[in-house]
Ligand binder design. Structure first.
Ligand SMILES: Cc1ncc(COP(=O)(O)O)c(C=O)c1O
Length: 452
């Protein structure tokens, strides 16, 4: 890029746009990095600095930046049919093939139908709406409430924000949707029960769910929704007993179980879905992000046979779907997803995600022995790892707001892009990352901490 272009970009950086998840004044005072290229698991910025992208785009570029089959599929589809809607009366070749492939891919999760969306928040909104409608079609119209986990992240639509478990995404936008209730997350490092044993904590959280259901009245609750491993909330893997207990509680009370797998579907946890990781079958599964390797905004909500039957066998008209997006089933997104699924399976990314995830997690644990500022390290299930920063290990007092940002920059200057979110440093690299590259990520993080 010539100097004139670089100067133009720097002069106009953040001046004419609001960045998501940022204070506009902060974006002006500390302009964002301008990313100009991506190759393999690397990104390059406008100053020519190349780093390993340990963020994996935003948990979505699972196959890296050079996935030619997905790029080719997008190009081909743009030439054939760049857009047509899937609203009543029309469909397209790519979306039909994709729905067939997804039904095969998620057969083991008991999911047989897809509803297509333009991304994760759309998928959540779709699942919440279809959950309410499902109960109405079945003749239980009073089942309208939702229960979710504190610390959970479910995107930013009004429905998603209402079930979200972090005040940062809620307070400024209140009042939110009525009828949404939260229970404690199985977060061993900090929880209201002061319980550090993961199995015991899982039981306490499950008991809290039962308690909330009894309090609200089971017949008023439409669905419980959770991420199989909480991601944006700081990588919180529940104990393996938690989701099976949740599944049983939902079954006992006629409540749908929705898994938010916007991050965990398609291999990130070392299993093909988070539900499969924990051995449960959800009623609905929200997916997006890696479905197109992040190259096209797209998502799919997968539905169980029971939900399919309930909607498809309705004779009253109540199952007519009054929901959908202009870009539901976008042919270019569908073509990208088809190519991405084929490539994901060909590369068997779960195997690498599991091995490299363990390497990253164990490496981060070693860093914890070295640096007092690391209060907790979480992960151990695929390529989802977090380091929680504290200013005092004894009291678990939080670090200053500045420290994570300073650390992020030091790590960047040492060769790796990481994400900081509050006190957490989150790692979610592409699933194709190599052993050497993980070692380089850990070396950059080590150098970053050493420089503080
Ligand atoms: C678990 C989860 N659900 C939903 C979303 C929202 O997805 P999107 O940002 O594509 O709307 C995200 C985004 O990170 C997520 O991590």
């Amino acid at each position: 890029m010539n100097t004139q272009n670089v100067n133009f970009l720097k002069e106009n950086n953040a001046r004419h746009m609001f960045h998501p998840m940022a204070h506009p004044a902060d974006s002006l005072a500390n302009p964002p990095k301008i990313i100009t290229g991506g190759e393999g698991v690397h990104i390059k910025d406008v100053d020519g600095i190349q780093t390993i992208d340990a963020v994996g785009g935003l948990w979505n570029v699972n196959l890296g930046y050079s996935c030619e089959p997905v790029k080719e599929a997008i190009k081909r589809q743009l030439d054939t049919l760049p857009y047509y809607s899937t609203f009543r009366g029309t469909s397209n070749e790519a979306v039909i093939s994709l729905s067939y492939e997804l039904a095969e891919f998620f057969a083991e999760d008991g999911l047989v139908r897809a509803f297509f969306t333009s991304g994760g928040s759309d998928s959540i909104e779709t699942a919440l709406r279809l959950a309410r409608q499902y109960h109405k079609v079945r003749g239980e119209p009073a089942r309208t409430k939702f229960i979710s986990l504190k610390k959970g992240y479910h995107g930013t639509h009004m429905g998603g924000a209402s079930i979200n478990g972090n005040a940062n995404f809620r307070t400024a936008y209140e009042p939110l949707l009525p009828g949404c209730f939260h229970i404690p997350a199985p977060y061993t490092y900090r929880n209201p029960f002061n319980e550090t044993d993961p199995a015991k904590l899982a039981q306490l959280c499950a008991a809290a769910l039962e308690d909330e259901i009894a309090f609200q009245g089971a017949s008023t609750i439409a669905a419980f929704i959770m991420e199989p491993i909480l991601g944006a909330g700081g990588v919180i893997p529940p104990h393996k007993s938690f989701m099976p207990m949740v599944r049983k509680i939902c079954d006992k009370n006629g409540i749908l179980l929705i898994t938010d797998e916007v991050i965990t579907a398609y291999g990130r946890t070392g299993a093909w879905s988070g539900s499969r990781l924990w051995g449960i079958k959800p009623d609905m599964m929200c997916t997006a992000k890696a479905i197109t390797n992040g190259y096209f905004p797209f998502g799919a909500v997968m539905l169980s046979q029971d939900i399919a039957d309930t909607f498809e066998n309705d004779k009253t008209g109540a199952a007519a779907i009054g929901h959908g997006y202009t870009y539901s089933g976008h042919p270019v997104g569908a073509a990208a997803a088809l190519a991405c699924l084929t490539e994901t399976k060909r590369l068997d990314v779960t195997t690498n995600a599991a091995a490299r995830g363990t390497q990253l997690y164990e490496g981060a644990l070693k860093l914890m022995n070295k640096y007092e500022t690391i209060g907790d390290v979480r992960g151990g299930h695929g390529l989802m790892t977090a380091i929680e920063l504290v200013s005092d290990r004894e009291t678990k007092a939080p670090v200053s707001k500045e420290l994570p940002v300073k650390l992020q920059e030091a790590i960047y200057q040492n060769g790796t892009m990481v994400r900081v979110s509050g006190p957490n440093m989150i790692f979610s690299p592409p699933l194709i990352i190599s052993k050497d590259e993980v070692d380089r990520v850990l070396a950059s993080v080590d150098a970053g901490f050493a420089s503080l």
